[in-house]
Design a protein around this ligand. Structure first.
Ligand code: UDP
Ligand code: MG
Length: 317
């Protein structure tokens, strides 16, 4: 780098968009203003830009991006709906050789653009990765708040290193982006991979707002899928726990066996079939549960070995 270090960095703000025509014009106005402020204060270089990734929206999102395009506003369009995580990756892959830093932010600006400058400040201070972390979850529904809280607790309990209350609002330096793009997995849970990258990591706190317009693309069902993906992509402990559960069951069965023999020699009557039938159901339940967990991992392996492309860009502005 040498020479570059004295220059201000080129920043790319990457915004994944699926059916966001309702919010894009106001999002763009706000992001442009923040970008211009940072450029004029010399924080970032004039070549900095915003990059919208159209995740093959079904509405006019791509047309809106096209109309907004300028030297500071670029866009790419994916060949099919590839999902939020792949859209982020596509944006980073596209921006990689054109920037020194990137910040990923959702199109609905629920993540506060006011802290963009603070993120860049921390990066200039030496951080490679800066996480945007929510101060609280007041704007969330009760269900989302409790499920999210428990999710992060379970993740940490299972030994997955991940920052609580951080979604995909974060700054990354070019070298950390390069590392991230080398991870070839299809089951993408970016926030888990990013915390494994290492380097200097820092956080900024912000208050998450309500969506400016449009609708949420993460209904409960999808959130649950995403959570299961997150856990099974990073931890094999559920399978190991299953093994120990099996051991505990064997020991219990042994105990019952010894007890039965003792009772037999004491001349006591054999116990009724209730306990027997109960244990059959219980053990079958545990077995099926176990098969389900193992199946989840095999499913993941199946998807990984096919090594399909995660996204393809079909258009650029
Ligand atoms: N998004 C996407 N592809 C999808 C779903 C979502 O690119 O398949 C984008 C969406 O446009 C938004 C971001 O991902 O910019 C987060 O989605 P959303 O705000 O709907 O999720 P929530 O904030 O409700 O969890
Ligand atoms: Mg949102």
């Amino acid at each position: 780098m040498g020479e570059k270090e004295t220059e201000s960095p080129v920043l790319a703000i990457i915004v994944p968009c699926y059916d966001e025509e309702a919010v894009l014009p106001s999002t763009n106005a706000i992001l442009r203003q923040k970008l211009d402020e940072m450029i004029s204060s010399g924080f970032i270089s004039p070549g900095s830009f915003i990059m919208y990734v159209d995740d093959r929206s079904s509405d006019n999102t791509w047309k809106v991006i096209h109309a907004l395009s300028s030297p500071e506003v670029r866009g790419i369009r994916l060949s099919r709906r590839s999902g939020h995580q792949c859209a982020l990756l596509a944006g980073m892959g596209e921006a990689l050789d054109k920037c020194d830093l990137c910040i990923t932010i959702d199109a609905d600006l629920q993540d506060d653009p006011e802290v963009l400058a603070e993120m860049v400040g921390k990066s200039l201070g030496g951080a490679d990765i800066v996480y945007g972390v929510r101060k609280d979850r007041k704007t969330d529904s009760w269900v989302k708040r409790t499920t999210a809280g428990n999710f992060y607790r379970v993740m940490r309990g299972l030994g997955v290193d991940c920052v609580s209350n951080h979604a995909d609002f974060r700054l990354m330096s070019r070298r950390s982006m390069e590392d991230l793009l080398e991870y070839g997995e299809r089951n993408l849970f970016l926030r888990g991979i990013v915390s494994q990258l290492g380097y200097e990591q820092d956080v900024v706190f912000y208050t998450r707002r309500k969506r400016m317009g449009g609708y949420s693309k993460y209904p409960f069902r999808k959130m649950l899928d995403f959570a299961i993906d997150g856990i099974t992509s990073f931890s094999v402990r559920p399978v190991r726990m299953l093994f120990w559960l099996g051991v505990a069951f064997m020991l219990t069965a042994l105990g019952i066996g010894i007890y039965a023999v003792v009772r037999y020699f004491q001349g006591a009557t054999i116990e009724g079939w209730t306990s027997l039938i109960l244990s059959i159901w219980f053990c079958t339940g545990i077995l099926l549960m176990g098969l389900g967990i193992v199946g989840e991992y095999i499913g993941k392996i199946y998807i990984e070995v096919k090594h399909r492309p995660r996204y393809r860009i079909v258009d650029k502005v």
